[in-house]
Design a protein around this ligand. Sequence first.
Ligand code: 3PG
Length: 215
Amino acid sequence: MAVDSTTFTARDVMRDAPVIPVIVLHDVAHAVPMARALVAGGIRMLEVTLRTPQALACIEAIAREVPEAVVGAGTVRSSADAAAAAGAGARFAVSPGYTSALGEACRGHGLALLPGVATASEIMAAQADGFDALKFFPALQSGGSAMLKAWAGPFGDVLFCPTGGIQPSNAAEFLALANVACVGGSWLVPAEALAQGDWARITALARAASQLQRA
Ligand code: 3PG
């Protein structure tokens, strides 16, 4: 999917589908068939976490070989992570928390950033730097849908992607909220499906996720 990095924003990442898959890859050979399986199920925004030594090579392979997808990097914590992700071909970054240095680095590298927040002060810090499409992390542990409802008043101009503890069984509760654009979750790409090369299972999980209703 071609994106124009001068206009592509975190809101574009969050609005494309109801779920952003949080992906952990240990084998570069899995990257391309997995990405194609997700795209076949209607999920194009793919967050590959920088949690394994193979993550950057996986991002590179998807960026090169799966043009229908938009690959991003997850677990981006430092300016160096942002530089490496952009160098590998990521178009967006997702971070567990927020620092101004990270915001600046992502801007400098043309990466749309979904900064992680869990408190009102963190939302205010991200907003002060111009970020208003945020990841709520870890969502379940930090107050879940009740927290998002409480934030809708003072932060009515912010859109959230809750992540952490979201499953098919509770996704609807989050997606029903007006300030939730999408949710993040690792359930679309189970480790055993990767190990078995069960791409059909990943496509089926993606298809079900892409059909979840949003507010
Ligand atoms: C993570 O940190 O791995 C993400 O928040 C995904 O969490 P989940 O496994 O609960 O979906």
